[in-house]
Write a protein that binds this ligand. Sequence first.
Ligand code: HEC
Length: 168
Amino acid sequence: MSDNHLEEAHTGPIKTPKQLVLAVAYSFILPVFIIIGLVYFVVSDNKPQAGSSNSPESVAARIQKVGTIEIKSANAEPRAGEEVYKGQCGGCHTAGTLGSPKFGDSAAWAPRLRKGYEVLLTSALKGKDSMPAQAGGEYSDFEIGRAVAYMANGSGGKFSEPKKPQAK
Ligand code: HEC
């Protein structure tokens, strides 16, 4: 009886082995989430900045619901090769970044053009050496194809405009 009493005096809020396991688990898990949260805060560029924090866009971005999905219509007009080029390819191909063949540099493009449109398209979609895969992002494969044709034809090629894929 007295033993029991002594023991009781020493126990804290944790009384059963299950509670102990939970307490240990939480004391590991919680800091991990706090650290993830802090890292996210430090690296995110959504931090409010003096002066610019209350634009309608940034307010909307901050109060938007979690898990917003962007609906891309399959029927949206595909964008022109030039637009896709400016949006995604020019970052490298304008200046020849990473050793990419420059837009308009027919000497650099000539040996590539000989491989044919399909091969070049595959290189662009799946990536080649230091060029990362261009598919799967902002633009559809068809739009990437238009950019390939635009770039090739601006660099000495004579590819015809890729055909719009048939709706499934
Ligand atoms: C991050 C830089 C980068 C971006 C962005 C980029 N490219 Fe490239 N691209 C390269 C590099 C580097 C090469 C040369 C790869 C090689 O042959 O070694 C290349 C080569 C190519 C080739 C020739 C492939 C071949 O088989 O010879 C095509 C076609 C091409 N790019 C199309 C595109 C298109 C279209 C886009 C935009 C949708 C694009 N690239 C965006 C870096 C880039």
